[in-house]
Ligand binder design. Sequence first.
Ligand code: TYM
Length: 332
Amino acid sequence: MEQQAKKRIYSAIQPSGMLTLGNYLGALRNWVAMQEEYDCIYTVADLHAITVRQEPAKLRKQILETYALLMAVGIDPEKSLLFIQSHVAAHSQLSWLLSCYTQFGELSRMTQFKDKSAKHADNINAGLFSYPALMAADILLYQADMVPVGADQKQHLEITRDIANRMNNLYPNVFTVPEPYIPKIGARVMSLQEPTQKMSKSDPNVNAWVAILDKPDDIMRKFKRAVTDSDACVRYAEGKDGINNLMDIYSAVTGKNYQEIEKEFDGKGYGDFKLAVGEAVVDALRPVQDRFYDLMNNRDMLETTWRSSAEQAEAIARRTLGKVMKKIGFIY
Ligand code: TYM
């Protein structure tokens, strides 16, 4: 009964190296804001990370750092569940069940699969292909109402909804069909060097992306070098991809709208604007970085926290898994 009182939110992030300003503005800030109003469950998606080859010691370090970083941005384990995906076995179990209700054709249409298989042509494994079934399992296990993500995950949310609807047609009311929650500003933070491409930590040009843990000097350098255009006027317009991206970032971190930004930089050059964006980002990330380094010195606390969250998550997840298995016809 108490479960119905608040709507449930689920989201996850991969522990694939340094998290970026894109992750922060597109997803994590909303995760934090939603804690006040909703019943939130957040996960470090370590099982998803092995769809590309990982070095064991490095992966372990990245899982730990990602967990600490989620706490540093403001996820509060007193309010929300925050755990590591592989610690709750039901994610893998439900993933197998759902993959038997997911079609080859629909998985073949996933743009992320096409992109990643082009990038890792030597390792196009079955996990990379069936990745959306694991993501659907993550979300559906907790009967989530809403999933805060950046725009690049929209297609995966759509397939999750298709799988949930398909299962509900076969086995009535087995799953809640989740809605995506995509922010208006920050949903797609673009590369600082090629502003028609998504900002991504896998970009080999380090000036193209800002990590949440980048040092202030590096952040400033990256913004100073950001690609703009020859118009020399700070305004939001079609074809001005670089400036539009910087305006989106500035808007997301300061709360100012486009008109306010255009007025603030009226008659000023791109140099001043880039400096202001860089400084605003440094100011926004400074408290996150300070908290992160404190938390990393407290490994025992991190472990106790993720264990306690995983236990609570497990209780919910097993209930859903049991229900699905019974409906399918297993002796559970
Ligand atoms: P991941 O780890 O690639 O990214 C985590 C979140 O950050 C968002 N994001 C961005 N938003 C705006 N601009 C960008 N440049 C940018 N780059 C990344 C992503 O949209 C995402 O919200 N498959 C997922 C992880 C996952 C998941 C889930 C998400 C696993 N299970 C269940 C939601 C629900 C992924 O790889 O995200």
